[in-house]
Design a protein around this ligand. Structure first.
Ligand code: 13P
Length: 239
């Protein structure tokens, strides 16, 4: 699974052009490819992706029912707009808006309830890795999911070391393998899809995908260029 997270990028015309280019990316039926544009562009892009195999996703949503929540979108809205998935708990949202795994549980439940799948993000900071706490920190980010009585069969986890996001740095193959095994272990699901994210590019993809237990990538910056995004899909398929 290769997912592009466009974050807060693309003016409307750029988003349309990028989605049109991504819609033409060829990939094997066994590879799921998707994009998560800014919420405002989900609707026009849903029309562009109609009839294509590219999945559409929201970058965030909340678990509340319809109601008085200024500025928010809920899981039903994302689903209604044509999304197949929603990213939840990205480190940028954890840092800026104080989201925690516990506070995200209603959103995880609501996303699963609609039939979409959550792409639930976890990852340690540089300081946490350097002090030897990376595995512990990520285990703590995963554990609340187990307490909520959710059927986690459809959940996708994205391991994104915070220090690797947008920096050109990448975790070592051994560290990725260790972390992905830990994520599956804590989840109690050997079959869980665990993506890697953090500066995945056409240049770094082969090395990342050679790590055992990597189910694909959550791609930020490189997903804003259709050729680079296609090259990452191709790297996945030749691994
Ligand atoms: P970059 O690929 O730009 O490092 O972003 C990764 C990310 O945060 C995807 O969610």
């Amino acid at each position: 699974m290769i997912i592009g997270n466009w974050k807060m990028n693309t003016a409307r015309a750029d988003a349309v052009a990028l989605a049109e280019a991504v819609a033409n990316i060829e990939h094997q039926a066994s590879t799921r490819v998707g994009i998560c544009p800014p919420a405002l562009w989900i609707d026009p892009i849903a029309h562009i992706l109609e009839g294509s195999s590219i999945l559409l996703g929201a970058q965030d949503c909340i678990g509340d029912q319809f109601g008085a929540q200024t500025g928010c979108i809920n899981a039903d809205m994302a689903h209604d707009a044509g999304c197949a998935m929603a990213i939840l708990g990205h480190s940028e949202r954890r840092a800026r808006f104080g989201e925690t795994s516990a506070s995200l549980l209603p959103a995880v439940a609501a996303v699963l309830e609609t039939g979409m799948f959550p792409v639930f993000c976890v990852g340690e900071t540089q300081e946490e890795r350097e002090s030897g706490r990376a595995l512990d920190v990520v285990a703590k980010q995963i554990r609340p999911l187990l307490t909520a009585g959710l059927d986690l069969g459809g959940i996708v986890i994205a391991y994104e070391p915070v220090w690797a996001i947008g920096t050109g740095l990448s975790a070592t193959r051994a560290d990725i393998e260790e972390m992905h095994a830990t994520v599956r272990d804590v989840l109690g699901r050997t079959d869980a899809l665990v993506l890697y994210g953090g500066s995945v590019s056409p240049e770094s993809a082969d090395e990342v995908f050679s790590a055992e237990g990597v189910s694909g990538a959550l791609v930020g910056g490189a997903s804003l260029n259709a050729d680079k995004f296609a090259a990452i899909v191709a790297a996945w398929e030749r691994k």
